[in-house]
Each structure stands twice: as C-alpha cells, then as structure tokens.
Design a protein around this ligand. Structure first.
Ligand code: 4GT
Length: 221
C-alpha cells in the first residue's frame, strides 16, 4: 500500500507512524509514505497557497489551483481523498475498503478550509475522523493511514489478527487482564483463571454485549 499525502506541513509526517508496527511496516517497505508539499505546486513569487474568502469572513481559504495541479501530477490510480469535518464519518468498514486499494492520495486542509471546488470536482471521497474541528487535516490523515495500514497483510505480527475484529464495529471489546491476579485489592475475574475455554468465550461475549448496551447503545441497533 502506497500513501501519498498533500500537505502544507510535510514535517508532521511520519510522526506517530514512525513507531511500533507502522514504523516497522514503513522500514520494511510493506507500506510506503510519500509527502507532497502543496507550496511546491504554486508558480507565483510568494508561493501563495491561500486567499481571502469570497463573501467575506475571518481567515483564509486554500486556493484550488495548487491542489488541482498536485493531484493531476500524481502517479497512483487509487482514490483521491480530502480529509475534512464535512466528510463521511470514517469507520472500520471504510478502513477495510481503503485497504483494498493499491494507493491512497490524501489531501490535508489548513486555515478556514479548502475552496469547495476541490471537494465537488476533484476528489473521489471526503472523510472526517469525527465531529470535532482540528487546525489541519494532517492528524486526520495520520489516523486514516494508521487504521488502514494495520489491515495490510504483513503489518501486524502474529500477535493480533484484524479478522478477529470483523465484529469490532458492532460490539465493544471485552475487558482484558494480565498478571498480577490481584492488583491493589482488585482481582481478575475468576473465570479467566479457570482454564475453561468455552466458559471464557461465553463470559467475554456477555461482557462485550453488556458494555456495548451501557456505553454505545447506538452500535446495537
Ligand atoms: C477536523 C477534521 C479534519 C479539520 C476531521 C480544513 C481546515 C479542515 C482545517 C481542517 N478538522 N480537518 N479532517 N474531523 N480541519 O476529520
């Protein structure tokens, strides 16, 4: 999987992706990450990427021309994605879809936003990582790259299979415990120490359902 990121702040990458399993995958070449500086697609003396908003208002808007030029110069054949709070809500199903692609081209906005002709006439998909506002799309791109990367064969070790998580968007995880059996007076549930695998499975399922009902009832309907 090849990730291409268009940004005004390429120095924010690889960031967290340089560490742990994603870091290993990048070093091994199982996934690739290429940064494109939006300013490199300007042609004026001041390398201007933003301009005042039509209709007035505070802040600046990213100009369409450098973004269109950058996307038209891309090598890949996969989808072009704009990260924005106006996008479709990113989830595990979308991560699995994106993991099937040979490459992803991710556009990160800054300032007050991006000229809307980018969303309406250039990109294939607009994604949001949640209902909150960030100072830029870069952290959202890092989140998408992390979630998609761990679904690429060879990125996760034998430690965890992303297949086990096919129900991850339907149910919250059951509680996990490790040693010691009693910590500051708090004991690990007996069933987990029993060695009775069928009972452990039943307990975990029941815990996952009870947690989901309490914390995320929206997932059950
Ligand atoms: C939130 C998200 C995102 C931003 C999100 C354009 C200017 C958007 C700053 C950018 N905020 N991008 N992708 N929830 N801010 O995904």
């Amino acid at each position: 999987m090849q990730f291409e990121v268009l940004t005004l702040f390429p120095e924010l990458f690889p960031g967290a992706l340089a560490h742990g399993v994603t870091g290993r995958a990048l070093s091994a070449g199982v996934v690739g990450l290429t940064l494109h500086n939006l300013r490199d697609y300007t042609h004026d003396r001041h390398r201007q990427v933003d301009d005042v908003p039509y209709g007035g208002g505070a802040g600046m808007v990213l100009k369409p021309e450098p973004i269109f030029e950058a996307v038209r110069a891309r090598q890949g054949s996969g989808p072009v994605i704009l990260l924005s709070p106006q996008g479709e809500l990113f989830n595990q199903r979308i991560a699995r879809e994106l993991a099937q692609q040979p490459d992803l081209y991710l556009i990160c906005g800054r300032y007050e936003g991006v000229d809307d002709r980018v969303a309406s006439h250039l990109v294939d998909r607009e994604l949001s990582i949640g209902d909150y506002v960030l100072t830029g799309g870069e952290l959202a791109a890092l989140v998408v790259i992390d979630a998609v990367s761990r679904l690429i064969p060879g990125v996760l070790g034998a430690q965890a299979s992303p297949l086990d998580e096919s129900f991850a968007e339907k149910l919250l995880e059951y509680p996990h415990y490790t040693r010691p059996p009693v910590f500051e007076g708090h004991a690990v549930p007996d069933v987990l120490l029993s060695g009775h695998h069928a009972e452990i499975e039943r307990w975990r399922r029941q815990q996952a359902e009870a947690r989901t009902k309490r914390r995320r009832p929206d997932l059950l309907s």
